[in-house]
Every structure is written in structure tokens, then in C-alpha cells.
Design a protein around this ligand. Structure first.
Ligand code: GLN
Length: 533
């Protein structure tokens, strides 16, 4: 089959869950046996979200090939098990950079470079994945960030308009809008949807399918009304009601025929509805996992989305262990030696979160010490692992001034130090140790057991600093073992204290590779330890 293209835009307000709808549709098409990828186009000027503060844009997600991307790629991967890459996350900044670099090389032969056609052509080229022609994809789902009417998304809309025309039935446009419920009037209102569709039509794009986000059920009359005002078939007006879990969304979309509507619009025979057995089994497990296990997230970003993949990984691991992981954010800036006991009370285990910079790190160190000395299951991720290492140096090895050279460049005991290859880098953005690297596991370690005794694993990274090997033997002789090593560079990737119930720090980010059907082994092992604690 020739590759088909699906464009997903959003209207009325942001945060409607376009990423979840894109991921759900990807899952449904996959279940029909199609080869799918999902890509995100973001209208901001940053080259990638790597330089964005998590408060602005939530977590930065990292692909296997080391691209720092939007957190929606995390949804895509968790739902579909697709491995996304640098081609799946594009920003206005990257589009402009490509065009400007080309202009500097003289490739345009003296032409005036303009938004239309040069920027729009570059957007189209990437939407069509011209560089990845050998992928043999059946469907490319393209989600455009932002909301219809934003000045900055106009070139993307123009590119979609042109592609729609050029591709004919091989392209479909899905528009996601919001239907608010007005309590005082006890009514659902479709007017914002009508306006949003008009705006889209004004840009020359007629949506084929509308997905209406709503907190209340929309009856057929309401859907009919939207259909007739917006020039859309009534069976192409799908509603996306609030669900107890985002993982119910694919099934809800399937019941309403979202995937079937896409296929019909493209003239592809619809065929049988896939049974989605493994997904239903997962949902059953989720519904039955009601016993709670409380886990503390020690971090500095008091924002749900800042630790999105960690939250989802814990949630998924819990479901596979038949429990509901109740997560409690513990702001590390407010942790003191005096209040730590109270702050962690009721937590069966803690995750010490990743991060950058000084703010909140002393709280993480206090939490690590408390958890170690009270034998509370502890999982340190990236900066979290580094804080476990520093705490151990200060309180077990006796180096009171031990630190990471990120926090104190002059520290005489730099147990965490900048990686050699990072020392000459001055540019920010895309310059850390990024993406997947091999890690050799020490046989018999708790980490190796968690990974089912695999000898070599591969995990994704995003950091500049590392465990300082000069101290390795001291750590080992005092009980903290380096049980995961990158064979090529001899970097320490995992530390653990074997005599504790579960005290493991990972320099990599396991949360990026935990999916609905394949929860991550370290998270599962950690949650099991929390249950048994
Ligand atoms: N700031 C630390 C480093 O660069 C940890 C990074 C992280 O937690 N992702 O090494």
C-alpha cells in the first residue's frame, strides 16, 4: 500500500489530549496490521525542547537515537511500542534552521527566501518523511502542536492544505475540539467547535473527522448538529469523553469507529474490528489493581507533566504487580533533616528524580540518606542516582564535602564529575550524552535479576556528569556496588547496595522505554520491593 497521511490539529483550547488521540489512532491502525509512525510538529522556535524548562513544556523525552523531544513522543511509544527517532519531532526552529543553512550555502541560487514556498516546502518534505522513504510505512500520523488560529502555526496549516490537495484521498484531516458544559445553563455548547472549524476552513482545510473532547456524553442530535454545521459526516463526529485512564481511550475510539472512519475516507476496505486482546487484558488488570502502594517522588518540579514518563512507568509497573501506585510528590526544596521522617511517612518506597542544577539537591541527598539508613526501597534516576552516590560518599566514605562538579566545580571530592567528552562543549541543546547505550550487568546483582539475568541491556541517557571511577574501589569495599557498566567507555551506569531491600541508582532513564504492553523491568522490580517492604 502507498503511504497514507493523517493530520491531527487542535482547536478551541490546548491540553485536549491530541497526543493521546494520535497515539490511540496509531495503536488501532497497528492492531489492523498496518505499519505506522507518529510524528509531532511543534510551532515554537527552539530547535528542540531540550533547552526548555520543564515548567514551560513538561518533561523532555529522549528517543533511542538521542533526540530531545516533546513528551507526546512518550505517549506514542507507550501506546504503540514504536521506536521514534529524530525524524518524529520537528519544531519551527528546526525547519527554519534547515532553510537558513541552505540559504547560506547558496543552494537557492539568489532567490528570495520566503515563508511560502520555502518554509512550507520544508515542512511538507518532513511531513512526507522524504528522507525516510525506505521505512515502508502504511500510515504517517502527524500531530501539529498548538491551537488553530495561533499565528505561529499558520505555515504548518498551509503545508497541510497543500498536501491535502496534492495527496487527494491519501490524506485525511482530523480536528480535535472542545465542547464545554455550562453548568448554569445545564447545556453542552458546540459553538466553539463551529468557530474552530470555520477558522480551519478559512485556511483552506476541510476536516474529514472531528473528535470532540467533552466531560459529558453528547447525544446523537448534538453530533448531528455539529456534522451539519461543519460539513462532516455524522459517523465522522467522534466524542472523546473523560476516561478513568488514558489507556481506555484507544478502546473508546475503536468503539466509535475512529479508525474505521479514517479507512473509509481513504477508500481502504475496513474489514473486521481487531480484538486487541493484549490491550484488553492490560485494561482488565488495571481495573482490578485497586490495592494501593504509596510511592514518594522526590523532585523539584511541582508539576504533573515534569516527570510524566516516570509517573507512567510507575503506574504501569504497579498494574502489572496488581496494585495501584499512588504517587506523592515530595518537593526536595522543602526537605530538611528534621522533617524528612514525616515527609516520607506512609511511603513504601521513593524515587529520586532526575534534574539539573543546584536547586533542591540537598533535599534529595537527605532523602537518600534517610531511605538508605531506614532501608526504604529507593530508585534514583540520573541526577537521583548521582545524589545517592554523593550521599554515600559524605556519610559512609566520610568525605563531608563530596559533591558533583556540576554543583561545585572546586569540590576536592568530585565523586560525580563531568564526562571527558563533555569538557570541550560550549553549546547548549543536543550536546549531552544522549540516546541509547549498552550496559553490561554484573551477574547475580539485583539489577541483573530485575532484567531477567540478561548480560547486556540498552538504555537511554541524558546527562553530562558521571560516576568518577577514581572512587570506584572505595565504594565497592564499603558496600555500594557498580553493577552496570558501559563496556565501550567504562562508565558506571548502575549502582546498588546489595544488603538493602532495594537501593538502586541508574545513570540512564528507564522511564523512556516503559510501555503499556512492556513495562520496564527495573520499575516492576522496584514496585515489587515496595509492595513487600
Ligand atoms: N544534571 C545531571 C547531569 O547532567 C543529571 C541529568 C539528569 O538527571 N537528566 O549529569
Amino acid at each position: 500500500m502507498e503511504t497514507k497521511f493523517i493530520f491531527i490539529t487542535g482547536g478551541v483550547v490546548s491540553s485536549l489530549g491530541k497526543g493521546i488521540i494520535s497515539a490511540s489512532l496509531g495503536k488501532l491502525l497497528q492492531a489492523r496490521g498496518y505499519k505506522v509512525t507518529i510524528q509531532k510538529f511543534d510551532p515554537y522556535i527552539n530547535i528542540d525542547p531540550g533547552t526548555l524548562n520543564p515548567y514551560e513544556h513538561g518533561e523532555c523525552y529522549v528517543t533511542e537515537d538521542g533526540m530531545e523531544t516533546d513528551l507526546d513522543l512518550g505517549h506514542y511509544e507507550r501506546f504503540t511500542d514504536i521506536h521514534t527517532s529524530r525524524h518524529n519531532s520537528i519544531t519551527t526552529g528546526r525547519i527554519y534552521k534547515t532553510v537558513i543553512d541552505r540559504e547560506r550555502r547558496g543552494d537557492y541560487l539568489g532567490k528570495t527566501i520566503q515563508v511560502v514556498p520555502h518554509i512550507t516546502d520544508e515542512i511538507k518534505r518532513r511531513m512526507l518523511r522524504e528522507e525516510e522513504k525506505d521505512e515502508q510505512l502504511d500510515f504517517v500520523i502527524t500531530e501539529v502542536g498548538g491551537t488553530i488560529g495561533d499565528i505561529e502555526s499558520a505555515p504548518f496549516m498551509e503545508a497541510i492544505r497543500q498536501l491535502r490537495w496534492q495527496l487527494g484521498r491519501s490524506a485525511v484531516c482530523i480536528h480535535l475540539t472542545y465542547v464545554p458544559y455550562l453548568k448554569a445553563a445545564d447545556e453542552l455548547k458546540t459553538k466553539p467547535t463551529q468557530h474552530s472549524v470555520k477558522e480551519l476552513q478559512g485556511m483552506g482545510i476541510q476536516p474529514d473527522i472531528l473528535v470532540l473532547r467533552t466531560e459529558r456524553h453528547l447525544d446523537d442530535a448534538m453530533r448531528m448538529k455539529v456534522a451539519s454545521f461543519c460539513n462532516v459526516d455524522v459517523e465522522c463526529v467522534v466524542q472523546s469523553e473523560d476516561m478513568p485512564s488514558i489507556y481506555e481511550v484507544p478502546i473508546s475510539m475503536q468503539k466509535q469507529g475512529l479508525d474505521a472512519a479514517v479507512l473509509r475516507k481513504m477508500g481502504i476496505p475496513v474489514g473486521e474490528t481487531p480484538a486487541m486482546v493484549p490491550w484488553h487484558e492490560f485494561l482488565d488488570k488495571q481495573r482490578h489493581a485497586t490495592r494501593e502502594v504509596h510511592i514518594g517522588l522526590v523532585g523539584k518540579y511541582d508539576l504533573q507533566d515534569a516527570y510524566k514518563s516516570i509517573r507512567e512507568s510507575l503506574n504501569l509497573a504497579g498494574i502489572y504487580c496488581d496494585v495501584k501506585a499512588k504517587l506523592h510528590f515530595i518537593n526536595s526544596e522543602h526537605i530538611t533533616a528534621e522533617n524528612i521522617g514525616e515527609q516520607l511517612s506512609g511511603c513504601a518506597g521513593i524515587v529520586i528524580c532526575p534534574g539539573f542544577g543546584q536547586r533542591g539537591i540537598e533535599g534529595k541527598i537527605i532523602a537518600a540518606e534517610y531511605a538508605r539508613t531506614h532501608d526504604i526501597p529507593t530508585f534514583g534516576i540520573c541526577l537521583g542516582m548521582q545524589m545517592m552516590v554523593i550521599e554515600f560518599a559524605r556519610n559512609v566514605l566520610g568525605y563531608k564535602d563530596a559533591n558533583s562538579s556540576e554543583m561545585d566545580a572546586q569540590t576536592p571530592h568530585n565523586v560525580i564529575d563531568m564526562m571527558e567528552e563533555q569538557k570541550s562543549i560550549t553549546q547548549m541543546g543536543g550536546t549531552m550524552r544522549l540516546g541509547a547505550y549498552d550496559c553490561e550487568l554484573m551477574a547475580g546483582s539485583r539489577a541483573a535479576k530485575a532484567y531477567d539475568n540478561q548480560a547486556i541491556i540498552r538504555e537511554r541517557h541524558r546527562h553530562r556528569y558521571e560516576f568518577n571511577n577514581d572512587y570506584k574501589s572505595e565504594y565497592e569495599s564499603h558496600g555500594m556496588r557498580c553493577v552496570g557498566i558501559n563496556p565501550a567507555a567504562n562508565l558506571v551506569e548502575i549502582v546498588e547496595i546489595p544488603e538493602k531491600k532495594w537501593y538502586i541508582g541508574a545513570q540512564f532513564h528507564p522511564e523512556y522505554s516503559s510501555t503499556v504492553l512492556h513495562p520496564h523491568p527495573l520499575f516492576k522490580s522496584f514496585v515489587e520491593a515496595c509492595i513487600n517492604a
